[in-house]
Design a protein around this ligand. Structure first.
Ligand SMILES: C[S@@+](CC[C@H](N)C(=O)[O-])C[C@H]1O[C@@H](n2cnc3c(N)ncnc32)[C@H](O)[C@@H]1O
Length: 532
């Protein structure tokens, strides 16, 4: 059975480890793949969502395999410490620690230990930035043993102190007997072997229930691994590929003494029904979730999540050109309907208290279909909303997403280009929210200040670069005016031509779609009353 992991963006889920059937017979960890690393926890105070800053107090990302010492303590014994200044580009990204922690470890009934806010934590604050204690490739749980043995004592103690649970799909004793103990070692008698098996099984059990997807591998952390689960998380964890650390951001304002909770189910877990979530968490982590969504006796959350799942699925099918049928009722039939459904999805995610990357994706969808529907205002507003939520969850440094063109900023550029092409934006005009309009976390359709409501006016009317400035010469101004006129004329001719073609096409489609839309709309509307 394959449990879900969050791989979109670089959202990492607390991962479920599966033992690979193709493990190396020797069971030895390959040293270049597996690292036992010093735990470094950097905590940064408010307003850190504008950079992925982290402390170099114990080495930088290049030092992960050699850093030592336990959480947060800088190495005072290092004679070079006072003269140290970061030399690499990567290291220079990290600012010195600016503040003390904003959380502490506390016992909590029925959950063991958990992290609690010691002060008010505003949305977008980076709460944790931490290097792994132990980092191994995926699907190779037995590889944890080697680096575990190489941990320094304080780190080993930190590892040993973590919660241990052996997931149902894993038999660590069996794995240990098969791959890890050296049964040919004549120095080991039966008793030693049993003891070794138990120890190796314990290490695997600890790794299994505390690891997070971290890049291509899985990693365990001294602090982050203390985060408990909630289906309505207030923090988002993700692997920072640049700093080679995990970061944890507040996705909403967190009050003092509130528990910090992430999700163990990855992004798509948002759309699982309660029974599915409960079963996954029980079999992999040994607990029954008591979060607000799982304990909602009114059924509102459950109902909402079911509809959300169907809408999200329908939109996905639509995006890939699919058609709806009885089992997929919510496949929109045109961009306007897709936009309306995306907005419904956004509203429901917000009502459900989901403020992480699934919300980002919904904003992207809304912006995409708004472009298709030629609703420029909403295309821009939702693109900005996506940027806002991405920055809150991941910080603003998302080089891997930028590299693959998936970052919210990359999408924003595409939207901007479309707006320029459509003649509602000047070349060079920035995609930014108009003052006093829109705002983060806005609602969707008929929204409450969401980006979709921001007014968008033609660039010239909005005072783009049309005005004569004291700096520009008269000739330059003339040239710009002429260029603008030529460009506007080109756009007008192109639009006219497009409009004629579209008119013909639309006439034909409208008749066909009108009939189908009526039917689908009635069916679609009928599933909402239960949500109120
Ligand atoms: C990654 S650890 C989290 C820290 C752990 N509570 C501890 O004491 O170290 C995962 C384990 O915490 C417990 N846990 C996590 N979330 C929980 C929740 N919502 N309710 C009850 N137990 C939970 C489960 O025992 C799970 O196997």
């Amino acid at each position: 059975m394959a449990l879900p992991t969050a791989t979109e963006h670089h959202g990492s889920s607390l991962n479920h480890v599966f033992f690979a059937s193709t493990v190396n017979e020797s069971g030895q960890a390959a040293s270049n793949e597996v690292t036992a690393v010093g735990s470094t926890v950097d905590t940064v105070h408010e307003s850190t969502n504008t950079s992925r800053s982290a402390s170099p107090s114990i080495g930088n990302s290049d030092d992960l395999s050699t850093s030592s010492g336990s959480s947060g303590s800088s190495s005072a014994l290092n004679p070079l410490a006072s003269s140290f200044s970061p030399k690499t580009k990567k290291a220079s990204l990290y600012l010195p620690p600016t503040a003390s922690r904003q959380y502490e470890l506390r016992p909590i009934e029925g959950k063991g230990l958990g992290l609690f806010a010691t002060s008010f934590i505003p949305r977008g604050t980076r709460i944790i930035c931490e290097a792994p204690l132990l980092h191994i490739p995926e699907n190779a749980l037995h590889l944890a043993w080697g680096p575990y043995c190489r941990l320094l004592n304080p780190q080993k103690q930190a590892f040993d102190a973590l919660h241990c649970f052996k997931p149902e799909n894993l038999n660590p004793e069996h794995v240990s007997r098969a791959y890890l103990i050296d049964a040919n070692d004549k120095a080991l008698d039966e008793e030693d072997i049993e003891e070794l098996i138990q120890d190796q099984a314990r290490v695997m059990g600890i790794f299994a229930c505390n690891n997070f997807q971290s890049g291509k591998g899985l990693a365990l952390y001294e602090t982050t691994s203390r985060l408990n689960h909630s289906c309505v998380p207030n923090v988002h964890h993700s692997w920072d590929p640049m700093g080679k650390r995990i970061t944890v951001y507040a996705v909403r304002d967190i009050q003092q003494d509130e528990e910090l909770c992430t999700t163990y189910l990855g992004g798509p877990g948002v759309y699982y029904v309660r029974a599915q979530r409960i079963e996954l968490l029980r079999s992999s982590y040994g607990f029954t979730c008591t979060c607000p969504a799982c304990t909602d006796v009114t059924g509102t959350s459950e109902n909402r999540r079911q509809v959300m799942a169907q809408i999200a699925y329908g939109l996905q099918v639509y995006q890939y050109g699919g058609q709806g049928h009885e089992s997929i009722p919510f496949v929109p039939i045109n961009p306007a309907m897709a936009l309306r459904q995306s907005e419904d999805l956004i509203s429901m995610l917000l009502d459900e208290g989901i403020a992480s990357l699934e919300l980002c994706k919904a904003y992207r969808m809304a912006s995409t279909v708004a472009l298709a529907a030629k609703n420029w205002e909403k295309a821009r507003g939702y693109a900005l909303d996506e940027q806002d939520v991405e920055a809150v969850c991941l910080g603003t440094e998302v080089p891997d997403l930028v590299a693959c063109g998936a970052a919210a900023a990359c999408w924003g550029e595409e939207v901007r280009a479309c707006l320029v092409k459509a003649g509602v934006f000047e070349v060079g005009q920035k995609l930014r929210r108009r003052k006093g309009k829109g705002g983060r976390g806005g609602k969707g359709r008929g929204g409450n200040g969401g980006g979709g409501n921001a007014r968008l006016e033609p660039a010239a009317a909005a005072g783009g670069s049309g005005g004569v400035t004291g700096v520009s010469s008269y000739r330059n101004q003339k040239k710009r005016d002429r260029n603008s006129r030529v460009k506007a004329e080109k756009i007008r001719v192109e639009q006219e031509r497009e409009a004629k073609v579209a008119e013909k096409q639309a006439k034909f489609e409208a008749e066909e779609a009108g009939r189908r839309e009526k039917e689908q709309k009635a069916e679609y509307e009928s599933s909402y009353p239960a949500l109120g």
